[in-house]
Design a protein. Sequence first.
Length: 206
Amino acid sequence: MSKPIRLAVLASGGGRTLQNFIDRIADGRLNAEIVHVFVSKPNAGAIERAAKAGIPTTVVPAKQPEQASAAVFGLCRAENVDLVLMAGWLNLLPIPDDFLGRVMNIHPMLIPAFCGLGYYGLKVHQAAIDRGVKVSGCTVHFVDNVYDNGPIILQKTVPVLDDDWPERLAARVFEAECEAYPEAVRLFQEGRLKVEGGRVRISESA
């Protein structure tokens, strides 16, 4: 645990999840180093956040999955990245064999509800409200080559209120995300995550 875990972060938008990791690393709550940020859009807000933190950034062609995968994981290998974190990355990214079990994503809902292609951002929360669910939340999972399909690591729940609207529910879920995602990284760092038969087992110790 004395050695910081080396992270790469993939983002497509404003970079709030990236900022959460930057802040937790800066104040000592997470023993980690973000060595590279990848963005799918040249105007993504995550670029500015990374620049302020002194983190190198690369724009990759997200709509060309094979090229994006080669660019991302080629640099991750060169920079000895331990774990790749998707933080609002909206496109399917082929995962090479040597990074299976080393890429995480967070989805703003309790998978398998309201997940998969087309379920992102406020669309997820609107769908939950329209369906009348009483509980929402977030899911951290390992990434495979299907949208929102990999083994589930952690889930945190929040209530859905009778008078909720998508933005308010999204804010509540994001608070849960800010706790769940770093927690999943710590568990990985401590060697406490084991995938068995498509399920993640969390051990008491490494």
